[in-house]
Design a binder for this molecule. Structure first.
Ligand code: SAH
Length: 224
């Protein structure tokens, strides 16, 4: 999989992909993540990527030219499955959506900033809009990092067996059961006996029951 991220603040994306699971996924060659600074695609003297909104009002708007030049440059090199814009009015990201996008080969992710992006970009160049929740962020960079993390951890080979994504919350519409580690006793706080029994079928049964219980208590909507 290859993901190209277009941004006016590339430094915001330095850290999320440079550590832990996402770092290892890139080192193993399972995903390529490329960050593009939209300032490199301007033709104006001052390298502007934003301007005042037509009609007035507060907040700058990202200009169409750098975005389109960058998209067209990338499209001249390969075909993209989807050109995604991160936006609070997009489709809400959930596990089924992450599963779906983890099967794609080449994705472009455009991060908005300031007041938003020139509407003509959305109408004529964007093929999909995704929101990470019903709240407003300062920019799409953190949303893009969330989206990339959610899909990359699903790629075969990224997680090892013991952290398999299939046992995580929302797969099968269940929340994950509680987990424990050593010591088995901390002060008077004990780990459930069953987890120390070594009886794998019973442990699996317990985990399933706890997942069901937790889902009923916290997210009954998932069971409908
Ligand atoms: N004026 C816009 C918000 C702009 S916030 C509005 O009211 O809808 C600046 C940028 O941050 C957006 O263009 C988008 O790319 C990103 N962003 C903000 N909230 C987001 C969210 N919940 N999900 C995904 N991207 C978001």
């Amino acid at each position: 999989m290859r993901i190209d991220i277009l941004t006016v603040v590339p430094n915001l994306l330095d850290s999320p992909f440079s550590h832990s699971i996402l770092k290892r996924a890139q080192e193993k060659g399972l995903v390529e993540i490329h960050i593009h600074n939209l300032r490199d695609y301007t033709t104006t003297k001052h390298k502007s990527v934003d301007d005042y909104a037509f009609g007035g009002g507060a907040g700058m708007v990202m200009m169409i030219e750098p975005v389109v030049r960058c998209i067209e440059h990338l499209q001249s090199e390969r075909t993209y499955d989807e050109i995604i814009f991160t936006s609070p009015d997009g489709e809400l990201l959930d596990q089924p959506l992450a599963n779906k996008y983890s099967l794609k080969k080449n994705l472009i992710l455009l991060c908005g900033h300031y007041k938003g992006i020139d509407e003509r970009i959305r109408q004529h160049f964007i093929t999909k809009e995704i929101s990470i929740g019903n709240y407003v962020l300062s920019g799409g960079e953190l949303a893009a990092a969330v989206f990339v993390d959610a899909i990359v951890r699903l790629l075969p080979g990224v997680l090892n067996d013991e952290t398999s994504a299939l046992s995580d919350s929302f797969q099968d519409n269940l929340l994950a059961p509680p987990v424990y580690t050593r010591p088995a006793e901390f002060r008077d706080l004990k780990v459930p006996d069953i987890l120390l029994s070594g009886n794998t079928p019973e442990v699996d049964k317990w985990r399933h029951e706890m997942a069901l219980k937790r889902t009923k208590e916290r997210r009954p909507d998932l069971l409908k």
